[in-house]
Write a protein that binds this ligand. Structure first.
Ligand code: ASP
Ligand code: MG
Length: 418
């Protein structure tokens, strides 16, 4: 007997029939003798609708009231799933974030979990074999008593945090894909589902654009060493053997638990990028601070940064990327700070994409990136900028070549071979 968190995303609870299907997945695990806490998202599309309603009511709305509105999506699904479970004869009750409570910071719309009290849930596992159905995405700030939300996709993070709080054996994330792939199968049909992936590699994949899990949830999994199992909610509940060693899916776990070792684990890409080049800035202390200080103050996340060493010791260029959604604000910020930075010209491009190659095996292998540069040049793909870290490198290219670049790199590193 074990203890499980089962998390179901929006498409898995999109209508009543699917919620009933989820209830049968839960029943299977309960019948197998597990203690189960379920975490649910809002029904597919619901959160978008709620967000739009806030914007329609007033474009400049109070973030605390935004949270009161958008948290309601998860309230509905938690109640509905508890009803569906009861209809199957399973003892169940719903929990809102404030009822447990799930305590968070007061950063409304992007709050961070501070502490979760799982005591009552665990007590009820023992006393009455009760399934806890918890609304994901939401919590409460203890100082103000106000409802908070964790940022879009936040119910993944709720699930992993709850798993850690109740000392679950595993956190199962049921979603509309059956695991984590070497790259997006829509781009590379021969992409392979990974049986296992290390937290670190998954963290990079998620940060670099793979949309399977919220990045923060992987971070939490790594911190608490909580195995996260990504699996499909569309498999028939009754076809799955709850005692099988591993049903179809991907286990995100510690590196030491991974046998097969590829140097490269996966390829991620993001077209949501924009590039800004600040030309002819003085090559002297304080210039980078003059550029990135105002961007940070405007809450704009800068990703790649490339600066050359000047030839004459006088002027140089600096290029960086920001999310496409922040592009206009970033340009404005740099233009406003022109006097302080002191540059001649700004160049920019929005039709760019970032392709990232990820693998903790790179730590002990030289020349992995060099191979990629050669393969891309053979396809006449120009590289605008490059960044590297211990277990990843990224190239910025013209967006039109994204698919070609991903496919080229995927076969270069033999990711289609098991
Ligand atoms: N319902 C929220 C969203 O759509 C949270 C989640 O689904 O994880 O972002
Ligand atoms: Mg999600």
């Amino acid at each position: 007997m074990g203890r499980l968190v089962m998390k179901f995303g929006g498409t898995s609870v999109a209508n009543i029939e699917r919620i009933q299907n989820v209830a049968r997945h839960v029943k299977r695990e309960v019948d197998a003798g597990h203690d189960v806490a379920v975490v649910v998202s809002a029904m597919a599309g619901k959160t978008n609708e709620l967000v739009a309603w806030c914007r329609d009511a007033s474009p400049m709305h109070d973030a605390r009231e935004y949270d009161a509105v958008v948290a309601s999506g998860e309230q509905v699904t938690s109640g509905l799933l508890a009803i569906a479970l009861q209809a199957l004869g399973i003892q169940a009750r719903s929990w809102q974030g404030w009822q447990l409570p799930i305590k968070t910071s007061d950063a409304h719309a992007s709050a961070r979990i501070l502490d979760i009290d799982g005591g009552e849930i665990v007590k009820r596992f023992a006393d009455r074999n009760e399934v806890a159905v918890i609304a994901g995405f939401q919590g409460i700030n203890p100082g103000t008593g106000r409802i908070t939300t964790l940022g879009r996709g936040g119910s993944d993070t709720s699930a992993v945090a709850i798993a850690a709080a109740i000392k679950a054996d595993r956190c199962d994330i049921y979603t509309d894909v059956d695991g984590v792939y070497t790259t997006d199968p829509r781009v590379v049909p021969r992409a392979r589902r990974l049986d296992r992936i290390a937290f670190e590699d998954m963290l990079e994949l998620a940060s670099q654009g793979a949309k399977v899990l919220q990045v923060r949830s992987v971070e939490l999994g790594m911190v608490h060493n909580m195995p996260i199992f990504v699996r499909s909610s569309f498999d028939k509940p009754e076809d799955i053997d709850p005692h099988a060693s591993q049903p179809p899916g991907t286990l995100i776990c510690g590196e030491e638990e991974i046998m097969e070792s590829h140097v490269v684990t996966g390829i991620a890409f993001s077209k949501d990028e924009a590039q800004i080049s600040v030309r002819h800035i003085e090559d002297k202390p304080g210039v980078a601070a003059a550029i990135f200080g105002p961007l940070a103050a405007a809450n704009i996340n800068v990703d790649m940064i490339v600066q050359n060493v000047s030839e004459d010791g006088k002027t140089t260029d600096l290029t960086f990327t920001v999310p496409a959604s922040d592009f206009d604000r970033a340009l404005e910020t740099i233009t406003d700070a022109r006097d302080r930075i002191g540059y001649k010209r700004l160049d920019s491009a929005t039709d760019v994409a970032k392709v990232s190659v990820i693998g903790s095996g790179m730590r002990s292998h030289a020349g992995v990136a060099a191979q990629a540069f050669r393969a891309l040049s053979e396809k006449s793909i120009n590289i605008r900028a490059i960044t590297t870290s211990e277990i990843k490198f990224s190239v910025l290219i013209d967006a039109a070549y994204t698919e070609l670049a991903v496919r080229t790199l995927h076969s270069l590193y033999e990711l289609d071979k098991g």
